[in-house]
Design a protein around this ligand. Structure first.
Ligand SMILES: Cc1ncc(COP(=O)(O)O)c(C=O)c1O
Length: 389
């Protein structure tokens, strides 16, 4: 008799390549190599002092206990008010579910909605968790390509072909990881029409919604007439407030779904750390000036990186409209993205991700996170220039 088996869904799950490349890069560093880390999507800024202090004060005040699964009342109220104001719609605290990071609010609503064989449309290239959560839920993933010429919005013709009565959920991510693309309102209106016609849910991952450049605003599908009742908006504190390690995110969804997601959360993680939630409360109710300062800096970094990449023969890179990722096209180099990413790391010490780590349509691209100081970005560009030259 052999050893007990592991479920097919778990056996077939892929890792998030950012973590895999990070591990490889760290191994090189331990061997004495100088590595520029552009692989992990994480702000390089510290969490603001006022937010840290709120978390510390909460710990000292004994806010270290079990608490309501969906989140503490004041935080849910504040999220409802703040997101409602930003997306110009009325949101009630009972529609808000808080969790340890945005990821559980991707996973749990999917588990609550998807039954075996249901089809889920998601962006390709897209955040790898979408594929994983659909697989674990027993659904069938239906990737729809994003098109560079459309600013990395969906290919709407392919979307129209692939949506059917079997589609139960459409996943959107704007601004996008890995492309930095923002879906324009006209495309969202088309997606909304299709979602209504085929009676499916929409999960809109808006974790980069406050991280847009050039005065662009990423519209939310939930603000389109008739969509709030079938949409889950996922957002969080990790990127906007540089709070990745605090683990704090939330989902906003119709109450009938929120109550079920709440039950899944009871059994999956019980509740989110209270002191983290008090830090999050300070983050969204306190002064918001730092976001503008950081976004101005990210925009300078984006411009330096993208201009540098475009000055290298064989690389062409659109200016991302949001998030902190550049997604240069390297198809003319005639090598797979994976081979290029591997060689860049081993030969030049520049760690970045191959585009196909985000889906088949990402082949021919690289993902570069520019949440790094400008001198490091310039150095990475020079190493890449020497490599490609
Ligand atoms: C598109 C997208 N959604 C969700 C997440 C997860 O966020 P969190 O760290 O808050 O779970 C990330 C993190 O990289 C992301 O890029």
């Amino acid at each position: 008799m052999g050893l007990p088996g592991i479920a097919e869904a778990a056996e077939s799950i892929e890792p998030e390549s950012a973590y895999a490349v990070l591990a490889k890069a760290q191994k090189l560093e331990r061997a004495g190599r100088d590595v520029i880390h552009l692989e992990i999507g994480e702000p390089d800024f510290a969490t603001e002092h006022r937010i840290n202090q709120a978390g510390i004060a909460a710990i000292n005040a004994g806010q270290t206990r079990y608490n309501p699964t969906a989140g503490i009342g004041p935080l849910r109220e504040a999220i409802a008010a703040e997101l409602g104001r930003r997306s110009e719609r009325k949101i009630s605290a009972s529609e808000v579910v808080v969790g340890p990071g945005a990821k559980p609010l991707l996973f749990l609503p999917t588990l609550a909605i998807i039954e075996a064989g249901d089809e889920v449309i998601y962006p390709d290239p897209g955040f790898p968790t979408y594929e994983a959560m659909v697989r674990v839920a027993g659904g069938k993933g239906v990737p729809v390509p994003l098109v560079e010429a459309n600013g990395f919005s969906f290919d709407l013709d392919v979307l129209r072909q692939r949506i059917s009565e079997r589609t139960k959920l459409i996943v959107l991510n704007s601004p996008s990881n890995p492309t930095g693309g923002v879906i324009p309102l006209s495309d969202l209106e088309e997606v909304a029409k299709l979602a209504q016609r085929h009676n499916c849910w929409v999960l809109s991952d808006e974790i980069y919604s406050r991280m847009c450049f050039d005065g662009v605003k990423a519209p939310s599908v939930a603000s389109i007439d008739g969509m709030a009742e079938r949409t889950i908006v996922v957002d969080g504190f990790s990127k906007t407030y540089a709070m990745t390690g605090w683990r704090l995110g939330y989902g906003v969804m119709p109450e009938r779904l929120a109550s079920k997601v709440n039950l899944l959360a009871v059994h999956a993680f019980g509740c989110t750390a209270q002191f983290t939630q008090f830090a999050g409360l300070e983050a969204i109710t306190g002064p918001q000036t730092q976001i503008d300062t950081l976004m101005a800096e990210y925009q300078r970094r984006r411009d330096v990186l993208v201009d540098g990449l475009n000055s290298i023969t064989g690389i062409s890179c659109r200016k991302p409209a949001g998030a902190f990722y550049a997604f240069p096209n390297v198809q003319s180099l005639g090598e797979s993205s994976e081979a290029i990413a591997d060689r860049l790391l081993s030969e030049t010490g520049v760690a970045l991700l191959p585009g196909n780590a985000f889906g088949a349509a990402g082949e021919g691209y690289l993902r570069i996170c520019f949440a790094k100081p400008i001198p490091e970005l310039l150095q990475a560009v020079e190493r890449m220039r020497a490599f490609f030259g």
